[in-house]
Design a protein around this ligand. Structure first.
Ligand code: TXA
Ligand code: MG
Length: 322
């Protein structure tokens, strides 16, 4: 969809005004909907934390309209950053870099000496960022710990009137959050698997270290808590289900299909043709639909641990922690 197709201009003007006066704008990106505030306005950013119920130790991603604007937030711009930015921005990749003092206030980075930045790839987000002329701090537009929104309707359901304006750009193309890579340490490190496959990143900069396993009390990336993306209904991996389950009271979240589909109370097939991108794009909406059925449990497939399957398994694993 181009900016013209979306007929966005009047909305973008209003959204930029809302940001300029310190308000909150939820907006479509290619990954999930973001809850944005002017990243240079500490008071506006504080409202993001309040509205989400997000702990202050969990830093936000800064969204920029161009790689140049993004680089101005960082103290260094190593070759790997230049290579990844030119290959994948705009797109679903977040880079963590040493932070340049005096550009982004402490509240955005939770006082860390690093900053997470990305240039999103959605005509609405691009138009907003260009018009606003400031970087925009934006977490996913859901309450802390809940399933991320992939439609404007999801945003309204979870945040309602607490958002000043919602820029509806239709369902998000990727459906899972950006991949986060830290370039702030000795070696490039994957902090969060996401919508850009690790294999694609490694094809550009070589091996990326997988994070040492963090614990719930001392997670590696501050926001990577064990339990996250959680539905109210317990999620259990199919390979961990004990026998004797009343499947009629359970939902089934499957990749291509399941042998015993008909016995379940509700079934969501994420991609009958076995496409991990399609599965990722529909994951959160399917989790929400199953959650709305008041079932006893959601039984989920474990996905192949390649490409977007990594991000899907990560989200399901965090959702399954009780
Ligand atoms: O696709 C996305 O990345 C979406 C859209 C809206 O852009 N945003 C998103 O934001 O997923 P959020 O707040 O839900 O997740 C941001 C993650 C958190 O786990 C946070 O801890 C981590 O990024 N993060 C932010 N700044 C960091 C930093 N300086 N170092 C390490 N991790 C950081
Ligand atoms: Mg989030």
């Amino acid at each position: 969809m181009s900016a013209e197709d979306l007929n966005i201009d009047p909305h973008i003007d209003r959204a930029a005004e809302v940001l300029a006066r310190g308000g909150l704008v939820a907006f479509a990106t290619e990954t999930v909907y973001g809850l944005g505030a002017d990243a240079t306005n500490a008071i506006a950013v504080a409202r993001i934390f309040e509205v989400k119920g997000r702990p202050r130790f969990d830093p936000l991603i800064v969204h920029a309209g161009s790689a140049e604007q993004a680089a101005r937030c960082a103290a260094t711009w190593p070759d790997a950053a230049a290579q990844l930015a030119s290959r994948f921005w705009p797109g679903p990749l977040t880079l963590v870099l040493p932070r340049r003092p005096g550009v982004i206030p402490d509240i955005v980075t939770a006082g860390l000496r690093t900053v997470a930045i990305r240039v999103p790839d959605h005509p609405l987000a691009t138009a907003l960022l260009k018009r606003a002329r400031v970087p925009v701090a934006a977490p996913s537009a859901n309450r802390f710990g809940a399933v991320s929104p992939t439609t404007a309707e999801h945003v309204r359901e979870s945040l309602g009137s607490e958002v000043d304006l919602v820029l509806d750009g239709g369902p998000c193309r990727c459906g899972v959050e950006s991949t986060i890579v830290s370039l702030a340490g000795e070696n490039p490190t994957l902090l969060r698997p996401g919508a850009l496959a690790l294999e694609e990143i490694e094809a550009v900069i070589g091996p990326v270290a997988l994070p040492p396993v963090g614990s719930a009390s001392a997670p590696l990336a501050p926001g990577m808590l064990a339990r996250h993306y959680a539905t109210h209904t317990p999620i259990v991996f199919a390979d961990a289900v004990r026998s004797g389950l009343n499947t009629a009271r359970c939902g089934r979240l499957a990749f291509t299909g399941a042998d015993d589909e008909k016995t379940y109370g509700a079934v969501e097939l994420l991609s009958p043709r076995g496409d991990l991108r399609e599965a990722a794009a529909g994951l959160f909406a399917a989790m929400r639909r199953l959650d709305a059925r008041s079932l006893d449990a959601i039984i989920a497939d474990r996905f192949p641990n390649v490409g977007l399957g990594r991000a899907i398994n990560d989200r399901l694993a965090r959702a399954s922690v009780r």
